[in-house]
Design a protein around this ligand. Structure first.
Ligand code: SF4
Length: 761
């Protein structure tokens, strides 16, 4: 007989199995077009196939694109591609809908004049942009430009950063993500600034601290393979999170935990491992530094009893899981909540990664793999003129690099806050690249207020987003199937990958690649920007990187089949535009810290004059706004495979596939445990007012045993006011209620939770 848990695992597992098998999606992506009054007619004409790389998330999955004449009619996963091996997620399968979703697309350059939108030609749009930027630079006010990078990584990010430097603005920002804490922790503990991969396929024990693997973390199709593989290899997956997510339901074990206490649990595991002497003594003695200080702290403060009190996890479970983890052959602890979009704190990542150091599973099969990508390190040296050099010395508006935030690299929340209070200087122009901060920034209303203070806002966007609606100039970008693009190694992938995607179809609208725009305006702004960005097109940059990779002679190509690198570069380029290059034999990067070892107590902290305890991985409770009397409950957010929370919003098909327990007509349902519901006299579907210190919303109650008592859970990705009728006005934007809480040491703002209250309406 199935237990309730087994039943849930069966149901969710069955649904996910269907989602990840390529077969239903091969059918689904065509069915989608018929299902929603879509003006689609299967066309008669000549059938052809081409290849592309999906750009809708950092996964970069390989696709086969079917066309009838010039019209794309479906996309399927590319079996040869090492990343997705034929699989496709619902977002990727919606590519055709997003390509032809004309109400979502920005179709022509737009200029806002007296509150009205006017279509303009590209020459005029680029002249306006270049002239404004030239003007500020000539007045020695380059620092009054700010850029927000929605790519977050890869060649486009590097290009935007290079543009900012040669122009002379220190105000380069990116959309916040879980990567922020991850990169900082790796830099501090290992001195590594490059790519961090997780060899999940070869791990035999995966301890996931809230990473929603099946909901879309890294590449969702990869995670399905990891789960399927674990059934064969008997690898164990333990999910640690406060609700029964799809990932938790499919895991071998779920440890429900009080949100925000993950660092304490990791240190509780470390306590047991050290006390029992079951850590990797060889690795710890020879390859780590400051172990004794770490040992002293965890033995003193993180006994299973103390940790059980903090986290709500049972003492015996703490002891048992710690032992299982340490005694596995290739144990791996992973972090980054949700799909990687929900930031966690620096200390949390340090505490979790300390477990990997205790078991010595770094740069080993089944462990954490660190390497540098050619695509990140090939850029020629930058020569800056005096204007840029002087301007770059100015303080940043978000206070990054200040004494208070010396470890931070980008703080969008402080940027918005400071602009709306007393900025050190005004921001005259803001360029936003394929990002939607007016929806997805923490406290989006504050961000809108900040944007209104900036006289010239330019948005580069494929879609008609909430942020585009606030701009002075909107520059339409092509959809990924219409343009040259490149992918670098997907998030969490254990070896380097580089791929080229050439246009699968002609531009449907009057769009330009943002990379091409940067290269064009750089030549119009100044000699310095022109010299820093000499390439004629983004395609030329892709070709330059491909050549650098070719010159190494390393790795393999996966196009029609997997093969060694060809003898000449032209053949390599041709094959690369039909597939990807990858190199499982990449040289791993060792510890590049001051001591040349893994540092439990990072040397870099010495400049901050912190106490020993504050320099070691430790647990600090998040200081959430609001009193317990007014807000006795905690609101948490989660991500799902069928909803995307960022700039690429959910497709019409994905919206249609949402369960009625999540969205009923336009009403959002929030998850509440039966005990909590009883306390508030709530029944399924009851309307409630959900209130936090940041805002309030009318929602409905969904009584769910899979969430811990005293918590309320809501998904990221709803509550849009832009895009199209499939999205606008549906549900509530979680960011408006979650606000943010800042970690003092790192300046990282998380929106994983907020204090909350409910009132039945
Ligand atoms: S996982 Fe990402 S890259 Fe792959 S199909 Fe889905 S959206 Fe596209």
């Amino acid at each position: 007989m199935l237990t309730r848990r087994e039943f849930l695992q069966f149901v969710v597992g069955g649904a996910l199995g269907a989602v990840f098998s390529p077969l239903p999606w091969r059918i689904a992506d065509e069915m989608v077009l018929f299902s929603q009054r879509w003006t689609y007619q299967a066309p008669d004409g000549e059938e052809s196939w081409t290849k592309a790389l999906c750009q809708l998330c950092p996964g970069g999955c390989g696709l086969r694109v079917r066309k009838i004449d010039n019209r794309v009619v479906s996309v399927k996963g590319d079996l040869v591609n090492p990343i997705n091996q034929g699989g496709l997620c619902p977002l990727g399968a919606s590519s055709v809908q997003l390509l032809y979703g004309e109400k979502r697309r920005v179709r022509k350059p737009l200029k806002q004049e007296n509150g009205r939108w006017k279509e303009i030609e590209w020459d005029e749009a680029l002249d306006i942009l270049a002239q404004k930027l030239r003007e500020f630079r000539e007045k020695r006010e380059s620092y009054t430009l700010a850029c927000i990078d929605g790519y977050g990584r890869g060649l486009m990010s590097d290009l935007i950063k290079r543009f900012c430097q040669s122009y002379g603005t220190p105000n380069y920002l990116k959309m916040p993500s879980a990567d922020d804490a991850s990169s900082l922790a790796m830099e501090l503990m290992q001195g590594h600034k490059g790519h961090v991969g997780f060899d999940l396929e070869n791990a035999d024990y995966i301890l996931s601290f809230g990473s929603q693997l099946l909901e879309g973390w890294s590449v969702p199709v990869r995670m399905q393979r990891v789960y399927a593989n674990s059934l064969k290899t008997k690898a164990k997956i333990v999910q640690i999170e406060p609700r029964l997510s799809d990932t938790a339901a499919k895991a071998h074990e779920l440890l429900p935990i009080k949100p925000g206490t993950e660092a304490a649990l990791a240190l509780g595991f470390a306590h047991v491992i050290i006390k029992e002497g079951i850590y990797n003594q060889d690795f710890v003695s020879n390859s780590t530094h400051s172990f004794d200080a770490f040992k002293e702290l965890v033995l003193k403060e993180y006994s299973p009893k103390a940790v059980a009190n903090i986290t709500g996890v049972n003492i015996n479970d703490i002891k048992r899981i710690a032992k299982e983890f340490a005694q596995a052959k290739s144990p791996l602890a992973i972090w980054e909540k949700g799909k990687g979009n929900i930031p966690c704190g620096l200390y949390e990542v340090m505490a979790i990664h300390a477990l990997n150091a205790l078991v010595g599973n770094i740069n080993k099969k089944g462990g954490v793999i660190c390497f540098n990508e050619i695509a990140e390190t090939w850029w020629p040296e930058l020569n800056l003129d005096t204007t840029a050099t002087e301007s770059l010395k100015m303080d940043r508006i978000d206070q990054v690099r200040s004494k208070k935030y010396s470890l931070a690299t980008s703080m969008l929340h402080q940027f918005a806050f400071n602009l709306t209070t007393e900025p050190k200087y005004p921001i005259n122009a803001l360029l936003i690249f394929e990002a939607n901060p007016c929806y997805a920034a923490s406290q989006p209303d504050l961000f809108v207020k900040a944007v209104k203070k900036i006289p010239f806002v330019v948005v580069f966007s494929t879609f008609w987003t909430e942020t585009a609606q606030q701009a002075d100039l909107v520059l339409p970008a092509p959809f990924y199937l219409e343009t040259w693009n490149g992918i670098t190694t997907p998030k969490g992938w254990p070896y380097p990958v580089f791929g080229i995607s050439k246009p699968a179809t002609q531009n449907l609208y009057d769009t330009k690649h943002p990379g091409d725009i940067i290269l064009t305006i750089s030549k119009k702004i100044s000699d310095n920007t022109a010299q820093a960005l000499p390439w004629g097109s983004f395609e030329e940059i892709l070709k330059t990187v491909a050549k650098k990779i070719y010159d190494t002679g390393e790795g393999k190509l996966a196009s029609s089949q997997v093969s060694a690198l060809p003898r000449d570069f032209n053949t390599m380029w041709e094959k690369l535009s039909q597939g990807v290059w990858f190199n499982p034999e990449v040289k791993k990067v060792g510890f590049q810290t001051k001591t040349g070892k893994f540092e439990f107590l990072p040397s870099k902290f010495s400049a901050l004059y912190l106490s020993q305890k504050a320099s070691l991985p430790h647990y600090e409770a998040w200081e959430l706004e609001g009193s317990l009397e007014e807000y006795p409950l905690t609101l948490i957010c989660y991500e799902t495979l069928m909803l995307t929370g960022g700039y690429i919003a959910s497709s019409p098909y994905m919206m249609k596939a949402l369960p009625p327990t999540l969205l009923k007509k336009n009403d959002l349902l929030v998850e509440i445990h039966p005990e909590t519901a009883a306390k508030y006299k709530l029944a399924e579907g009851d309307k409630v007012r959900l209130k936090t210190p940041f805002g309030e919303a009318k929602v409905r109650a969904h009584i769910f045993e899979g969430i811990m008592p005293e918590l309320i859970a809501m998904p990221l990705g709803l509550g849009h006011s832009a895009y199209d009728e499939y999205l606008a006005g549906k549900g509530v934007n979680a960011h408006r209620l979650l606000g943010y809480t800042e970690e003092k040491i790192s300046g990282i703002a998380t929106w994983a939770m907020a204090k909350a209250n409910l009132v039945k309406i």
